[in-house]
Design a protein around this ligand. Structure first.
Ligand code: PAF
Length: 284
């Protein structure tokens, strides 16, 4: 497995990759790899004959400096994992390499910027959009892999790809969960013992809400009982719980069984912010 830190080395190593391989796959990550990332790598390995992963903790997508400073960094272990999975190349640039001077561009993503993650994390999607655009531009993969757990991010990236005409497929890999339902996240290791025990309630609440919607209960009622059950479990710092119509990713106040929706949640557990979602497929 080749590791590359400099853009110019990356470009020369990949100069004929797109013609030499029938499918080049990119798995962008911020490191601190867990089983969710493994699913992305395995999907890439099964679909591509050349797989490149990136590890870059992107400072400009963190709206809180403390979140950036506390972001887990486990580079040595990450490289072992990637090597073990048969990844061909890892791009792991420094901040200076990616952002040699102050940024003179910004991106905005219309309504996606104003709701849920966009609303509660101002500037986050600008940072994600810029780094993903840079990676797509530098690697020029046939396909790039992202996790369903960051569902709004997936929609931002799809908007980026269409809006800037990147010649890449966006592959969305289902969320990987612990046995108790908690979605794998690099932030989980920052949960204290009590918070870790409570964390699966997020997913349980989503599953219950999905069932209630499917039995015909109105969203306003489902939302209230979901809030109450989270409060009763001691999980009070709910940031949002939303019904989202897909594929537009627009907030909705009404569920319809013949359309696709997602239920999205964000909550703080002892200062650690977790997000999760479930997709509700149309029944007819
Ligand atoms: O999902 C992530 O880990 C990050 O947002 C990404 C896509 C690697 C961009 O930094």
């Amino acid at each position: 497995m080749k590791t590359v830190q400099e853009i110019k080395v990356l470009k020369s190593a990949l100069s004929n990759a797109r013609s030499a391989f029938s499918r080049v796959g990119l798995v962008p990550t911020m490191g601190a790899l867990h089983r969710g990332h493994l699913a992305l790598i395995q999907a890439a390995k099964s679909q591509c004959d050349f797989v490149i992963a990136s590890i870059f903790v992107n400072p400009i997508q963190f709206n809180q400096p403390s979140d950036f400073e506390n972001y887990p960094q486990t580079l040595e272990d990450d490289l072992k994992v990637l090597e073990g999975q048969g990844v061909d190349m890892v791009f792991m640039p420094s901040i200076k390499e990616m952002y040699p001077s102050s940024l003179g561009v910004s991106l905005s993503f219309s309504h996606l910027e104003k709701i849920l993650e966009g609303k509660f994390r101002p500037g986050h999607f600008n940072g994600v959009g810029i780094v993903v655009a840079k990676l797509l531009h530098l690697v020029d993969p046939h396909v790039a892999f992202f996790g369903q757990k960051d569902l709004q991010q997936v929609h931002v990236i799809k908007a980026l790809v269409v809006g800037l005409s990147f010649d890449v497929e966006v592959e969305v890999v289902p969320t990987v969960r612990e046995d108790d339902g908690l979605a794998f996240s690099s932030r989980n290791i920052r949960l204290g013992k009590v918070e870790r025990e409570k964390a699966p309630h997020l997913y349980e609440a989503l599953v219950q809400a999905e069932q209630d919607l499917k039995t015909g209960q109105p969203w306003s009622h489902v939302k209230n009982s979901c809030r109450k059950s989270l409060e009763n479990s001691g999980l009070v710092e709910l940031e949002y719980l939303a019904l989202v119509r897909l594929p537009e990713f627009r907030l909705s106040e009404k569920y319809e069984a013949n359309s696709e929706f997602a239920l999205c949640i964000a909550a703080y557990l002892g200062g650690v912010r977790l997000i999760d979602n479930v997709i509700i497929r149309p029944t007819s």
